[in-house]
Design a protein around this ligand. Structure first.
Ligand code: ADP
Ligand code: GLC
Length: 483
């Protein structure tokens, strides 16, 4: 098989910089593609955390003026990742997260910060670097949405492009009068270009102008072609429907492996699954929960945003607590949700424990110690925590939407009779349906044999990147063949 080179363009990558699942995907997919003869290099912005974490940086290109400052492209590595880092101090050398400052507000120049990423990605695709010519460009989310726009309006030969939607809710819309500053011609500001309801739409540009669109689960690929999940873009997605497909995410099964996870209290596999009890105790201790209650310990590891439906969990809490069950929530995000969960922890001492913050190690501990992992999302392009939960024997209890619907087999009568269930799904996404799902989970937990089956089915589910990477590799090859 001929090997292929792909340039992935992303605004975050694990383990260097992460705010959500995009970083996990960008960080893990390259190794899985390598096994399919696809060599991936990833272009990322040179945030302080990136420049501080890379190995062997080598300057390979210099810009005298990239949107108002000098910039360099560095070739570098991080573990097994091949990276190109866009070192542009006037755009990226600042504290806070990739998108928002310490005041919690979007950086005012985000339009230029991520246009620069896309512009440089496109230029590399067109031969900017003498020794590197990728066969395909793979752009992720709105931050890389202008990649195919810069290609199209450059008037030079263009490589094939894939645009992946990780989340349609973040659309990257900026004022129309930035067009000239972005270096895009007036004709780009059209319905079949970057124009989006009178603004410049970065996500829209990616959807409109890329050769293929993927999103991170087959169900989400269907859902976003309808008005409810389409978030204003369903019409365009329907138009481009033949170019759109859903490829499920995987997880890095080396990073997430309960058999040798150095971050958890006791390692285990299916044979030694009883050792989870020690991890449960560790989680109870860390979250200030009582020991040995005999109830279900639910875990939540999540951004606290409307998407994740955790306000419904707040409504369901009296029922959860009333059944004698417990909750350990690790999350950060919207201030009102942070406050409401902290209040709940005070209201239900010993039964509700909350850690506000972002803590990678604690996420592993919750997966290893919780009996069940709750994901009540209103929409979920794929979701990764339920995949980690399957691998760790924490039974996922999920809303039947997007990737959650595609990755968890509901313990309905048929699936239970045939012995294939891995979790509990509920629909519609309401507090009432969630409360019913909690009651069902409570009953399943009380039936030791049934519960053990769910855990073992989950732990033997293939949640790795092996299958998804084959789909991406095929897509890349199809595109190369079309050139
Ligand atoms: P999203 O990308 O929408 O946030 P995903 O489920 O795809 O949702 O990915 C979330 C990733 O971020 C997972 O790897 C999860 O473990 C991690 N994560 C989310 N919140 C936290 C947190 N508070 N602390 C540690 N890890 C978190
Ligand atoms: C997004 C989605 C999530 C998905 C992740 C990685 O942040 O919200 O569902 O798993 O991207 O693709």
């Amino acid at each position: 098989m001929k090997s292929i080179t792909a340039l992935s363009i992303a605004s975050e990558i694990f383990p260097l910089i992460k705010t959500g699942g995009l970083a996990d995907v960008a960080g893990a997919l390259p190794a899985a593609l390598q096994a399919n003869d696809v060599a991936v290099t990833t272009l990322i912005p040179g945030y302080p955390a990136v420049l501080g974490g890379i190995e062997a940086p080598q300057p390979v290109y210099g810009f005298d003026d990239l949107f108002g400052g000098t910039a360099r492209v560095l070739s570098a590595r991080c573990d097994d990742l091949d990276l190109l880092v866009l070192d542009a101090p006037h755009l990226y050398a600042r504290p806070g997260n990739p998108y928002v400052g310490v005041d919690g507000k979007d950086w005012p120049d985000n339009a230029m910060r991520f246009a620069a990423l896309a512009k440089v990605g496109a230029a590399i695709g067109q031969g900017l670097l003498p020794t590197y010519a990728p066969d395909v460009l793979h752009a992720h989310d709105w931050q890389a949405g202008l990649v195919p726009a810069y290609l199209k309006y450059s008037g030079r030969p263009v490589p094939k492009t894939i645009f992946t939607i990780h989340n349609l809710a973040y659309q990257g819309q900026f004022p129309a009068d930035l067009l000239g500053k972005l270096g895009l011609p007036q004709r780009a500001f059209a319905m079949d270009g970057v124009e989006y309801y009178g603004t410049i739409g970065y996500l829209k540009a990616g959807l409109q102008l890329s050769d293929r669109i993927t999103t991170v689960s087959p169900s989400y690929a269907m859902e976003i072609q309808g008005p409810e999940a389409g978030m204003g873009l369903d019409g365009l997605l329907r138009l481009r429907g033949t170019k759109l497909s859903g490829i499920l995410n995987g997880i890095d099964t080396d990073v997430w492996n309960p058999a040798n996870d150095a971050l958890i209290a006791a390692t285990y596999d299916i044979e030694s699954i009883g050792a989870r009890a020690r991890n449960k105790q560790a989680v109870q201790a860390r979250f200030g929960l009582s020991h040995d209650t005999g109830g279900v310990l639910y875990g939540v590891i999540s951004r606290l945003s409307w998407q994740k439906g955790l306000d419904l969990l707040l409504e369901a809490l009296p029922a959860l607590v009333g059944s004698g069950d417990q909750l350990a929530l690790l999350g950060a995000g919207d201030a009102p949700l942070e406050a409401a969960f902290s209040d709940a922890a005070r209201k239900y001492p010993g039964q509700v424990g909350v850690v506000i913050g972002y803590d990678e190690a604690l996420a592993h501990q919750v997966q290893a110690g919780a009996d069940a992992l709750l994901v009540p999302s209103r929409f979920e392009p794929c979701g990764l925590t339920q995949l980690c939960a399957l691998r760790y024997g924490a039974v996922p209890v999920v809303a039947r939407v997007g990737g959650l619907a595609d990755t968890v087999v509901d313990a309905n009568e048929m699936a239970t009779a045939t012995g294939v269930a891995t979790g509990v799904q509920f629909t519609p996404v309401t507090a009432q349906a969630l409360i019913k799902a909690l009651a069902k989970t409570h009953a399943l937990f009380a039936d030791h044999a049934a519960w053990r089956n769910l855990q073992i089915n989950g732990m033997t589910t293939d949640v790795s990147w092996k299958n998804p990477a084959q789909h991406y590799a095929k897509l890349y090859r199809d595109l190369v063949a079309e050139r």
